[in-house]
Ligand binder design. Sequence first.
Ligand code: ADP
Ligand code: MG
Length: 466
Amino acid sequence: MPESRLDPRITAQWARVRGLMRSEVGDASYRSWLKPLTLIGVDAGEVRVAVPTRFMRDWVVSHYGDRLRALWVAENSDVVSLDVVVEAPRTKPVVRQIGAVRNQAPVAPAMKQKIVENETKTDLTGISGPLDPRFVFENFVVGKPNELAYAAARRIADSESAPFNPLFLYGGVGLGKTHLMHAIAHHTRQKFPDRRVVYLSAEKFMYHFIRALRFQDTVAFKERFRSVDLLMIDDVQFINGKESTQEEFFHTFNDLVDNNRQLVISADKSPSDLEGMEERLRSRLGWGLVADIHATTFELRLGIMDAKADRLGVAIPPEVKEFLAHRITSNVRELEGALNRVVAHATLVGREISLETCQDVLHDVLRANDRRVTIEEIQKKVAEHFNIRIADMHSARRARAIARPRQVAMYLAKQLTSRSLPEIGRKFGGRDHTTVMHAVKKVEELRQTDATFCEDVDLLRRMLEG
Ligand code: ADP
Ligand code: MG
């Protein structure tokens, strides 16, 4: 029963009980635990209140049960007991942070806003996948590693023709490919409501495609897709299979491009590295613009932390943001998950976010991100790679052929171990921490400007990690 249909005297008593609880437990705890309570009614001396989850019920009963009952008794002498029941919320939202902690998932499902189904026109209903409303351009943080992909995505979303066809986005997991594709869809739908946009996973695309093949209906299939202005297929590394299927796919693909339909494709590898895919198709996929999203840099991770904290509306001390950006390097998804957990935890226990709580809450994630590479191993591998002596890692020689590899080793030591700058400096012949800092900066700069150098460093990194 909605609270509004209760006896007004009871509602007033409930309001007073809540008010008193609020002043007793403080705003943060009140918001997390008591505000979500719904009064069901008072019957035969028993007050019944509902909470959205079992976890909350247990918490409320054990932490606030006695006090709630006592306050009720003081308000209403008929009351003898209190019953807290679990009832899925209808209109009342579950407090988000609670779901996040309870699930302990990298991206807590409850933190995700409801995914909206989109409304595509005509016979394409049901083909386009759901779009995440958070995946818009405004929420995408741009940095060196993703600026090309971002610019290309924006260009497509802003134009009615097909500026480059296809756009092929590739990069490792959790680096923002799906985010960009959804952003293109959101933006296009808003800016050009008449343009028909379809976004779907490669698996789903193949499912429709293979069905069409089976029912010898590929003409209709092509027709159907030809009515789309902007077609986005996510994760095409999953498209492989029989040659005849690929052949048909190839023709459909060409057909769409010939008809000036914009295609956006994503994958975790570059077109030429896609395995199990016919050469002709691979090369065709690379005809338009190929934009890869590189691994995140510290700056980008920090930017994402800032943006995310703003959006959550919580104050997070700069040292916590820096700590997370330094330590959670795997991908953006994990970084977001870690931040969500820290925030959820702080809200629940009503404590400020600090470096200690952060380390505490995230010990498992931090351990997973803590690679067990030693500085010695890094020095050895880097020396081998650049063909210098290991002793030169410690030596005072400053010739570029020696100094550059040494800087690379320092950079990798910073990236791959949890050693501090002074500790790293000591391992490199007792150098100062500012030397290490300079090396890290230098390597980051070179990585942006020198593609071969960048590849070298990435190769070394992969070797050391693997
Ligand atoms: P992919 O499809 O490449 O595996 P996603 O697009 O699903 O990765 O991104 C994983 C998560 O990280 C999403 O929640 C996304 O919003 C977030 N994300 C990735 N890159 C960025 C970025 N540059 N700025 C903000 N959020 C990002
Ligand atoms: Mg994805």
